[in-house]
Design a protein around this ligand. Structure first.
Ligand code: HEM
Length: 124
């Protein structure tokens, strides 16, 4: 699936690659008893659609994120650094097991992790 050609988005497999990664990733998140309850009252269709846009845009894809600001969406939900780290571990496991080059895996995790402060409302 991974190639050395193109930008980061191309190297993770483009639109189809991203869709597969996010499906696997959210399966892991929702199977985690410490995380699943956060999504209990959310429309997962909408979360998945917005995540495709957000990740696509963050990884140099053609998508434009049309959702709400991350701090607005996540504030007041009690999401701590601990939850954020679990989320990040599932992302890392998803990417590592997908066959994507290790350098690209680290780049993806980095580009998503920079948003930690908006998600938890905490400092680093
Ligand atoms: C850097 C990491 C994260 C990113 C980039 C991210 C991104 C997003 C995006 C783009 C949405 C959709 C926004 C919209 O509807 O307009 C969303 C929704 C949501 N996220 Fe995150 N998220 C992250 C981490 C987390 C974590 C760690 C949790 C909980 C443990 C979480 C819980 C939620 C929930 C519950 C919703 C749905 C809110 C609703 O019902 O409207 N997110 N997130």
């Amino acid at each position: 699936m991974a190639t050395q050609e193109g930008n980061l988005f191309d190297r993770i497999g483009g639109e189809l690659g991203l869709e597969r990664l996010l499906a696997d990733f959210y399966d892991r998140v929702l199977a985690d008893a410490e995380l699943a309850h956060f999504f209990a009252r959310s429309s997962m269709d909408k979360v998945r659609r917005m995540q495709r846009e957000f990740f696509g845009a963050a990884l140099d894809g053609p998508q434009v994120y049309s959702g709400l600001s991350l701090s607005w969406v996540h504030s007041g939900r009690g999401i701590t650094t601990h939850h954020f780290n679990l989320f990040g571990q599932h992302l890392l496991a998803t990417l590592s097991e997908s066959g994507i080059d290790e350098v690209d895996v680290r780049e993806v995790v980095h580009r998503i992790s920079v948003h930690k402060n908006d998600i938890t409302g905490e400092g680093y």
